[in-house]
Design a protein around this ligand. Structure first.
Ligand SMILES: [Zn+2]
Length: 211
């Protein structure tokens, strides 16, 4: 409740020392925390309190940087969702060991393209997918994954709005190629058993030929 009510600084300071972490957490969510209280709660022993601080929209750069290296991945994930992250913080979180944190970064619409490029090579396919869904995904990454061996990326790309013609052409070619490679009889490939939807999903060719 504390986040909706204006409280004098002295009360906020007092509550920020409360032994209940729930009380400290409620205070941490207050958007008008005095700098000292914010600073203190950002070092709270409870990760729930630090996470609540991470959601505060008005955080000094040092606090953002420190919480982006927090031992709790929940706190780092909350920082990844923060709207005003300095470049170094974005950079650091883009190779966080938690894929949830990296996913949070990959989804940001205002990400510098070099960071998106790096995340496009993430070992986790889920992260690649978030990059391909990012509204600012550069064309070279889209082209690369439109011709990638795994059809699921073509599926994601094909759902984007306003695809550049070069990419539409690649997708059309892959579909035509897939249709030619299979031997469909009544909608089922007589050689590999896959259905027409495999082609709809831009599968690159008959499974039999892929082996
Ligand atoms: Zn086939």
């Amino acid at each position: 409740m504390a986040k909706k009510i204006w409280l004098p600084k002295e009360i906020l300071e007092k509550l920020s020392r409360d032994k209940s972490s729930d009380v400290r957490k409620a205070i941490a969510a207050n958007p008008d925390l005095p700098k000292e209280v914010l600073e203190k709660l950002s070092r709270d022993k409870s990760s729930d309190v630090r996470k609540a601080i991470a959601a505060n929209s008005d955080l000094p750069k040092e606090v953002l940087a420190r919480l982006s290296r927090d031992e709790s991945s929940d706190v780092r994930r909350a920082i990844a969702a923060h709207p005003n992250l300095p470049r170094e913080v974005l950079e650091g979180l883009s190779h966080d060991k938690s894929s949830e944190v990296r996913r949070g970064i990959a989804a940001k619409p205002d990400l510098p393209s070099e960071i998106l490029e790096k995340l496009a090579d993430d070992p986790n396919d889920e992260i690649k997918i978030v990059v391909l869904e990012n509204v600012n995904c550069p064309e070279n990454i889209l082209i690369r994954y439109a011709t990638y061996e795994k059809p699921k990326f073509r599926q994601i790309i094909s759902k984007r709005r306003n695809l550049p013609k070069a990419i539409v052409d690649v997708l059309t070619d892959r579909k035509r190629f897939a249709l030619e490679e299979h031997m469909f009889i009544n909608g089922i490939c007589s050689q590999c058993g896959c259905g027409l939807e495999f082609v709809e999903y831009f599968g690159s060719g008959c499974n039999r030929f892929l082996k």
